[in-house]
Write a protein that binds this ligand. Structure first.
Ligand SMILES: [Zn+2]
Length: 304
């Protein structure tokens, strides 16, 4: 009986993985208009066209965090930066390898420095060799990789800490912290379009690593947290998100230990799905992501 049940769930889980696989490299949220927000005299974030981007104006050049979804989006980002400063973009830092943060790089000038976590570069190279729609731009792969969990450096006279605690949203996450300005760019470790953490298991993200990472983020001496999607968050908002996810993960773990099925776990911890929505709640017209509940369940029962 139990064995039969396991097999049935194995088939269901495999089918779900196959169904979800195509968006992994290619999909992006629907385009939203670009809006520039100023945080300090030299630090901005620009929403629209995919993931949020940060713009940090240094002594002689500009540092950009994340580059939008498409080449036209990347161009629009550069046009908006030109309205802020005449200084050239010299460096791009990537928070992770998803196309909605990377693929606009195709419009960026040749010869700039592109910084990413070493695992991000591996994911981009794998996506590039897989090819197809949404593959990253071959001419703009990372030129420098971060291998340490804390990489402190000055770029264009601005102090940066590039941080990685554990695999969270992906295995190549990089959190960008400006200690002097007390600002953090989290990438999609914090993605406000979803109530729960968004974890890409196919990129070896981890719910436990997410908790470790967000504990690290809220311990930083910072008061503005720019997420990968959505508005600037306070530390209290992130602490609430961390507490909610930690409690939900513990509850799922208990239910799995009791031998509950994925459907039973979902019924116990998730609100009923809204009509017309994909199971993953990827949003109207957006990709359907596996939910946090599904991710944690698969992590805890890898062979299920
Ligand atoms: Zn994103």
């Amino acid at each position: 009986m139990h064995r039969k049940k396991s097999l049935r769930f194995a088939i269901a889980a495999a089918a779900a993985l196959i169904a979800f696989a195509p968006w992994a490299m290619a999909q992006a949220p629907p385009a939203a208009p670009f809006v520039t927000h100023q945080l300090t005299p030299n630090v901005y974030w620009i929403e629209g066209g995919g993931g949020n981007s940060a713009v940090i104006v240094g002594d002689k050049g500009v540092i950009v965090v994340d580059a939008k979804t498409t080449p036209p989006g990347g161009k629009e980002l550069l046009d908006d930066i030109a309205k802020i400063t005449p200084k050239p973009v010299t460096t791009v830092i990537l928070t992770h390898s998803d196309g909605d943060h990377v693929n606009g790089l195709a419009s960026f000038p040749a010869g700039i420095t592109i910084l990413a976590h070493e695992n991000n570069k591996k994911e981009l190279e794998a996506a590039l060799s897989a090819g197809g729609r949404g593959a990253p731009p071959a001419e703009h792969l990372p030129t420098q990789v971060v291998t340490k969990n804390k990489d402190s450096r000055k770029i264009e006279g601005v102090k940066f800490e590039l941080l990685h605690w554990a695999p969270a949203h992906t295995t190549g996450d990089l959190v960008v912290y400006l200690p002097d300005q007390k600002i953090v760019f989290t990438g999609d470790i914090i993605a406000m379009q979803l109530p729960d953490p968004l974890i890409h298991l196919e990129k070896h993200g981890s719910s436990e690593g997410w908790i470790t990472t967000v504990k690290g983020i809220v311990a930083l001496n910072a008061d503005k947290f720019v997420p990968g999607h959505g508005d600037v968050q306070t530390k209290a908002a992130l602490q609430k998100r961390l507490a909610d996810a930690t409690a939900k993960r513990a509850k799922i773990k208990d239910l799995v230990a009791q031998g509950k099925s994925l459907d039973e776990v979902k019924a116990a911890v998730d609100p009923p799905p809204a009509p017309g929505r994909g199971a993953g709640g990827g949003g109207r017209g957006g990709p359907a992501f596996p939910t946090f509940t599904e991710v944690v369940y698969r992590e805890l029962k890898p062979g299920a």
